[in-house]
Design a protein around this ligand. Structure first.
Ligand code: ADP
Ligand code: MG
Length: 235
């Protein structure tokens, strides 16, 4: 069964139609890419999926259940976690405490310390666990945000430009992490401008332009799709 099924989602901001009949699915064990020029509607779609914005029409299903009318907290309890394009860490808390805050909301809250220690190890963050979040480089802060999302043990993980600000080496390690999360059975949806990363880790890529899905397919097909190239060149 699909972890996420979005169908016919339309969002209007005043007179501006930011999303227009969008459909998208994400399955366990797969990394699903969502790409498109700036302003295409990618972050707005994440807001709709996570329950922060109510669409004017369309449905959102998580693991087969219609959650369109549920708020963000209820959706989180159905296994959804996300990161934000704009970093949302608690700057005056340590890396460990940023993760603990999340783990204490998750299904394994009674073992929050153990969950956090395991994630810090997995992400290579153990050595900076006691640093304040506001002392981190953007690339490392992005990784901590992913760690915080993982601390609630999500089955569906939405990542909004997680590699922005990462250097080449950090991005390479991040790609391996995404593959291993998928191998564990997580459904990952990746919004990302780094095409090298998208093309190397995604099983399937959806392309959004001006609020509409204009192409869906495996990376090697999307890379050579003329409609997609035209959308980017017209940006
Ligand atoms: P992307 O993440 O693909 O760059 P966004 O989802 O942020 O795109 O934005 C899609 C469109 O919706 C843009 O035209 C943007 O200006 C507009 N938009 C986004 N959020 C709001 C908002 N809160 N109010 C009005 N317009 C918005
Ligand atoms: Mg965005």
């Amino acid at each position: 069964m699909e972890s996420l099924q979005v169908s016919g989602v339309t969002v209007d901001f005043g007179g501006h139609r930011a999303l227009d009949g969008v459909a998208l699915t994400a399955a366990p064990g797969r990394v699903t890419g969502l790409i498109g020029p700036n302003g295409a509607g990618k972050s707005t779609l994440f807001d709709v999926v996570s329950g922060l914005r109510r669409p004017s029409s369309g449905r959102v299903h998580l693991a087969g259940r219609d959650v369109t009318r549920l708020g963000p907290a209820r959706r989180a309890r159905h296994g959804l976690a996300r990161t934000f394009q704009r970093l949302e860490l608690f700057g005056r808390l340590s890396v460990r405490d940023n993760l603990l805050v999340a783990a204490e909301l998750g299904p394994q809250r009674r073992h929050a310390d153990r969950v956090v220690t395991e994630i810090l190890d997995r992400l290579g963050l153990a050595k900076i666990a006691d640093q304040h979040a506001d002392t981190l480089s953007t690339g490392v802060a992005r990784l901590v945000e992913v760690g915080r999302a993982l601390a609630v043990r999500p089955t569906l993980l939405l990542l909004d430009e997680p590699a922005a600000g990462q250097d080449a080496e950090e991005t390479e390690r991040f790609a391996a992490l995404l593959r291993s999360l998928a191998d564990d059975g997580t459904a990952v949806v990746l919004v990302e401008h780094d095409m090298g990363l998208v093309m190397s880790v995604c099983d399937e890529v959806h392309v959004l332009d001006l609020g509409k899905i204009i192409a869906v397919g495996p990376p090697e097909v999307i890379r050579n799709d003329e409609t997609v190239l035209a959308a980017y060149l017209g940006d």
